[in-house]
Design a protein around this ligand. Sequence first.
Ligand SMILES: *Cc1c(COP(=O)(O)O)cnc(C)c1O
Length: 387
Amino acid sequence: MPSSTPVDTRALRAWAEIDLGALERNLTRIRRRLPAHVRYIAVVKADAYGHGLPAIVSRMLKSGIDAFGVANVQEGVRIREQGIALPVLLLSPVLPAEVPSLFEHHLIPFVSSLEELRHLRLRAQVHGEAISVHLKVDTGMGRAGFWHEEPVEEALRTFETDPWLRITGIATHFSCAGSDWAHTELQRRRFGHWLKRYEKACGLLSPELWVHESASFSLPKTWENSPGNAVRIGALQYGVGPDEQLPFVRSLALEPVLSFYTRVSLLKTLPAGVPIGYDAMATTERTTRIAVLGAGYADGISTHASNVAEVLIHGQRFQVLGRVAMDQILLDVTEAKMPLQVGDRVTWIGRDGEDEITANEFCRCSQRLIRECLCSISARVRRVYIG
Ligand SMILES: *Cc1c(COP(=O)(O)O)cnc(C)c1O
């Protein structure tokens, strides 16, 4: 749980500031745009996209969400340890050895095959307690799920009256929601056809059944011809999205939740012609003022940022000089307009004065995807909560 005493960040070399107020406002803005009957599955896998699961989950509860989505059992258990009783969905395939925990912690797996269904049913019977599952349909992602052309509906019918296995949801996942609307539409049509076949075999879909297809970037246009009554939202909640934002996403006016900072730990001046850092990836061209930062790739700053990335100190941009190392990064601060000091705050993601480095800019320099960047900020980086 987040501590209630304010953290003195002066003694931190690297920290991520998480604005829980911004998170709450983002959720409100997203929810306001969804039809009232739509259930909201808040996706908090990978330590809530690197924001820190316990604090994020507690704050989300205030926004009236309907369920959580996680990747694996451990993440589900961490939610249960907070005494939360909401449904928790496991969004990726479950290992046989994880199955006992599904019963112990009442986690709901996504199921992609008849073998898994039969196995879970058997384990439920042995355990003496029914299990709830969501069926996953592969409509063109080529990952988890029943391939949509596979004729499984008759086999699924046998589970309709099964006392040990309850199908409480049906889902699919779009592979190109932010990039290829035609493929997304194709996936949606396939999902619709699959549901019709399922209905024909197993009877009308009950309104109790959770039907979900959309994640963050397939929300626009979603409700015109969607069979869905639930959404799984990850990235949007944290206020991040593609650079070329879809008009729908832009209209939500979401706020970034995470800022990422390090500190200057040493300042020095070197003459011209000095090789800089590992593998001498840079050389000073003139008398150069260098700032040493107390963080590196072990904190989640990619080596792709070497000689490329920019950061902010006192609102001014400075460039990384030489190779990003495990625990230290160098900056050329010769052009500093204000005298710099050891302990000065360095912004990697966030606003400082008039300027801002967005998560997208940080990702471009790191040659990483936006979600990848967020969950690469390592456990060594303290999460500090505000708002
Ligand atoms: C991660 C994940 C989501 C959330 O995706 P965002 O694009 O971040 O909203 C939704 N559904 C599944 C199956 C996922 O794995």
